[in-house]
Design a protein around this ligand. Structure first.
Ligand SMILES: [Cu+2]
Length: 83
């Protein structure tokens, strides 16, 4: 009985995880695609975008998906991408 509850808890954690985890790479791609179009940005904005983009990837790899999405959202905001 206890084992079944534990299994259910583990299963739901796995179900919740990937949905969130998979959205980081999607946002990274959105940022990359926008950068590929040579957007009109000041040098300062460009370095900010690159900083947040790199931060997003680092946090994602560290399993911190919330922090990753926050950083990527900032990059998208500077790029004028509507979420
Ligand atoms: Cu992630």
């Amino acid at each position: 009985m206890l084992k079944r509850i534990l299994l259910a808890a583990v299963a739901s954690a796995f179900l919740a995880g990937p949905a969130l985890a998979s959205s980081c790479p999607r946002h990274m791609k959105t940022v990359d695609d926008k950068l590929a179009t040579n957007p009109t940005l000041s040098a300062a904005q460009m370095s900010e975008v690159k900083k947040y983009r790199a931060e997003g990837e680092t946090q994602h790899k560290a399993g911190k998906h919330k922090e990753s999405l926050d950083a990527l959202a900032k990059a998208e905001g500077i790029l004028g991408i509507k979420m």
